[in-house]
Write a protein that binds this ligand. Structure first.
Ligand code: C5P
Length: 223
C-alpha cells in the first residue's frame, strides 16, 4: 500500500512564548521537526512526506530537508489559518490511493512501533486514532457548575491519526467547523466511526516550555 505522512508544522506556537515556532526550536542541536520526520522515514522506506509549513518559514523547512533527508521523498505545502486548513492543503498533494498519516510536527517523540500500529489498524479498519488514558481525575464544566467523570472512560487523543485515503480525502471536502481540532472529528462529521489504538505516554505535543525540557531529556536518554 502507498503511504503518505502529512506532517503539519504550520502553527505559530504562541503558547511557547518567543518568536521562533516551536517546531523549529533546537533540541540536542536538531530542530524538533527533524525528530518527527525521521520517525516516519525510519518506519517505512517507501513513505512519502508532505510537510506543511508556515508561509514565512518555507525556507527554513527546506533547509531542514536539505540538511538531513533525501529531498525526493518530500513535498511542501503552505499552511492555513487553522490546523484543518493546513491538513487540507497538505492532502491536496496526495496523488494515489494510500494510507495517510496526519501528524503534529511538534510531537517529535513518537516511535516507529506506534506508526506501525496505526498503519496496521488503518489497513484493517480504515482508521486509527492513537489515545492514552488520563492520569488525572477529570471534570466537565457545564451551565450548572461542574461534574466529575469516570477517568477510565476518558481518552486523550494523539497523532498520527491514520486513514485510508478513500475515507480521509472525501471527508476533508466538508466545510470547516470550530470543533475540527483533529482528523477524527472531521471523519465523524463525514458520518464514519473511528478505531482507537493505543498511543504512547511519551508522545507529547510540545506546547509549553516544560514540554521542551521533557523532550530534551527523553531524546538524550534515547541517544
Ligand atoms: O495548535 P495545535 O497545538 O493544535 O497544533 C498542532 C499541530 O498543528 C502543530 O504541529 C502545528 O504546527 C500544526 N498547525 C498547523 N497549522 C495551523 C495550526 C496548527 O499546521 N494553522
Amino acid at each position: 500500500m502507498n503511504k503518505y505522512a502529512v506532517i503539519v508544522a504550520a502553527g505559530s506556537g504562541i503558547r511557547m512564548g518567543g518568536t521562533l515556532p516551536k517546531q523549529f526550536i533546537l533540541v540536542n542541536n536538531k530542530p524538533v521537526l527533524f525528530y518527527s520526520l525521521q520517525a516516519f522515514l525510519n518506519a517505512f522506506s517507501d513513505i512519502q512526506i508532505i510537510l506543511v509549513l508556515p508561509v514565512d518559514y518555507m525556507d527554513m523547512g527546506q533547509e531542514i530537508i536539505d540538511a538531513y533527508f533525501d529531498k525526493e521523498k518530500f513535498r511542501i505545502a503552505a499552511g492555513g489559518e487553522t490546523r484543518f486548513q493546513s491538513v487540507k492543503n497538505g492532502l491536496e498533494l496526495v496523488e494515489e490511493e494510500s494510507i495517510i498519516f496526519v501528524h503534529d510536527g511538534v510531537r517529535c517523540l513518537l516511535t516507529e512501533k506506534l506508526i506501525h500500529r496505526c498503519y496496521a489498524s488503518a489497513v484493517e479498519t480504515g482508521t486509527a486514532i492513537p489515545v492514552i488514558l488520563s492520569k488525572d481525575s477529570v471534570r466537565i464544566v457545564n451551565d450548572e457548575g461542574n461534574d466529575a467523570i469516570d477517568r477510565n472512560k476518558v481518552m486523550l487523543v494523539q497523532t498520527p491519526q491514520t486513514f485510508h485515503s478513500k475515507i480521509l480525502l472525501p471527508a476533508y471536502q466538508i466545510d470547516y467547523k470550530e470543533k475540527f481540532t483533529d482528523e477524527a472529528t472531521v471523519v465523524e462529521a463525514y458520518g464514519l466511526k473511528v478505531t482507537l489504538v493505543e498511543g504512547e505516554q511519551n508522545n507529547i505535543k510540545i506546547t509549553t516550555p516544560i514540554d521542551l525540557l521533557i523532550a530534551e531529556k527523553l531524546i538524550n536518554d534515547r541517544n
